[in-house]
Design a protein around this ligand. Structure first.
Ligand code: LLP
Length: 421
């Protein structure tokens, strides 16, 4: 459930009319609903409240500092994958002790940054990374709390590009080698083993792969404990999917997921950490765009929007479906028409939807591309020298621009022409 609903014929974010924001901010823009973000975060809190836990929001999904602060103020920890995300979490006021650092290629500089600034744990993904972290921690005279991310060789049955828990994926250490690498970890100075980490993929819409992976983690926990390791924390990753095509998708709920976690891992007495991103932010954000032209093509109508693939890459990159709705509520029963909904970028891949059945829309109308809160603004680029889309946060009856649209001068002034030209 989200808080983007029609009221008196106009799409609202909570109590604010989208058209009103468009008038102030211009289009395209991303619009997030605070109530929706908090509602989704709360679902995970409730799902895990049977035991000690920390919900670490995956910053990569939507990393605006205002969003991080909103969630952190409600008690969220953060999952970061770069020095940049770490700095954002810190800028949002998150204590280092509530930040976990994931990712397959952490640099020594990033390790130093996190060790000095405070860190809950590093989720280490390889032996060379373990050795590097040990050296960095020793040089700083600090100790690095770690889990090892194990690759359970489970197929999350999701899109090829976002599946991470099969043995051919680049992530984690093979679970079959975990015992020996834990021995190595325990022997390294500056390294303190605290638990196990696993993350099988994103937009996972079936709980069964989670069950398989967590069963393997439970068995590994017992084995490692018998070997004498301190396994007190299990980081279970993120990945729970959301309905993109709201009319016919009903992925499992966080509460179902919480029950599964308890069934498979509850008996171990570990603190549970999870790293959800998409489920918290995805349906809490929309991309609002204006139709520049309705163009009649050969046997098809093109809706040419002022938003494009550089603003929201998911359709071009993964062939992803996003619901697209008019901001003015369609008359009930009005006949739908197929449109190819495209952006102005000079590539045919700049297509949000093909032959999408929509109520009639025309030049100048506003449309909302739904489920764009996660992996939307964060994946945007300035391709075609289009300014990064601004972000707006709504709370109740007010809204604020949480990232302004850069001016063309600001964009261009980042380039420097060498004196010898
Ligand atoms: N933890 C780790 C280690 C991850 O790699 C990810 C996502 C998450 C947590 C959060 O997963 P979530 O709950 O958001 O599914 N750009 C793609 C998604 C990439 C996901 C990468 N890792 C997309 O637009 O679908």
């Amino acid at each position: 459930m989200d808080h983007f609903l029609y009221r008196q014929g106009r799409l609202h974010a909570e109590d604010v009319a989208i058209a009103e924001i468009a008038t102030t901010v211009g289009t395209p823009f991303y619009c997030y609903s605070s109530a929706t973000l908090l509602r989704h975060f709360g679902l995970f809190e409730d799902a895990l409240n049977w035991g000690p836990h920390l919900v670490c929001y995956a910053v990569k999904a939507a990393s605006n500092v205002a969003i991080l602060k909103l969630l952190a103020d409600r008690g969220a920890g953060m999952d970061v994958v770069s020095g940049g995300e770490y700095a954002r979490a810190k800028a949002a006021g998150v204590a280092g002790e509530r930040i976990v650092f994931s990712g397959v290629g952490k640099t020594r500089e990033e390790m130093r940054q996190a060790l000095e600034g405070g860190i809950r744990q590093f989720n280490v993904e390889s032996e060379p990374e373990l050795v590097a972290l040990s050296e960095v921690a020793r040089a700083l005279n600090l100790s690095a709390p770690i889990t090892l991310r194990v690759n359970p060789d489970v197929d999350a049955m999701t899109h090829e590009k976002i599946s991470t828990g099969r043995k051919e994926d680049k992530f984690g250490i093979p679970i079959g080698r975990a015992r020996e690498i834990y021995v190595e970890a325990a022997s390294l100075p500056g390294i303190e083993v605290v638990g196990i980490d696993v993350h099988i993929g994103s937009q996972v819409t079936d709980l069964e792969p989670y069950r398989q992976a967590y069963r393997k983690v439970a068995a590994l926990t017992e084995t490692l404990r018998a070997d004498g390791h301190r396994i007190e924390r299990l980081d279970l990753g993120g990945g729970l999917g959301i309905p993109y095509e709201t009319s016919n998708q009903q992925p499992p709920l966080p509460s179902d997921y919480g029950v599964l976690v308890r069934e498979e891992l509850g008996h171990l007495g570990c603190e549970i950490e999870i790293e959800p991103g998409r489920l918290i932010a995805g349906n809490a954000g929309i991309l609002v765009s204006r139709v520049i032209y309705l163009k009649h093509g050969e046997g098809r109508d093109f809706l040419i929007l002022d938003g494009a693939m550089n603003d929201l890459t998911r359709p071009a990159m993964y062939g992803a479906w996003h619901d697209i709705v008019p901001v003015n509520e369609p008359t009930p029963g009005v006949e739908r028409r197929p449109y190819d909904i495209v952006g102005p970028v000079c590539e045919s891949g700049d297509t949000f939807a093909k032959a999408r059945e929509m109520p009639p829309v025309g030049t100048g109308d506003l449309v909302a591309i739904r489920s764009a809160g996660a992996y939307g603004a964060v994946m945007a680029s300035e391709y075609n020298s289009r300014p990064l889309v601004p972000e707006v946060l709504v709370q109740g009856d007010h809204f604020a621009v949480i990232r302004a649209r850069p001016t063309l001068e600001e964009m261009i002034s980042r380039d420097t022409v060498p004196e010898w030209l």
